[in-house]
Design a protein around this ligand. Structure first.
Ligand SMILES: [Zn+2]
Length: 86
């Protein structure tokens, strides 16, 4: 079993979604920087899950909508692209 912050998956899915419509660097450094900024702004949602268990995309999409993750991640993308550390 492991402790998992579901918002990490939500943010990572959101980065993928944004990537489809916007051109920005998604090297590991930039991706992690974007995730860190976004995750610090969104309250975590911890669950206990068995290893490897993944949540349905529908659940993650519902959370994405609820928490306005898209706007927060977009802001993080803009911030990181202004001063990329890669
Ligand atoms: Zn980069």
């Amino acid at each position: 079993m492991e402790l998992k912050n579901l918002i990490e998956d939500v943010v990572s899915n959101t980065i993928e979604d944004i990537k489809k419509h916007h051109d920005f660097c998604t090297c590991q450094q930039c991706r992690l920087d974007i995730s860190a900024i976004a995750l610090n702004k969104i309250p975590p949602r911890y669950v206990v899950s068995s290893k490897g268990e993944s949540y349905g995309r529908a659940d993650l999409l519902a959370m994405q909508k609820d928490l306005d993750v898209l706007a927060i991640v977009l802001d993080a993308v803009k911030l990181v692209q202004k001063k990329p550390r890669h």
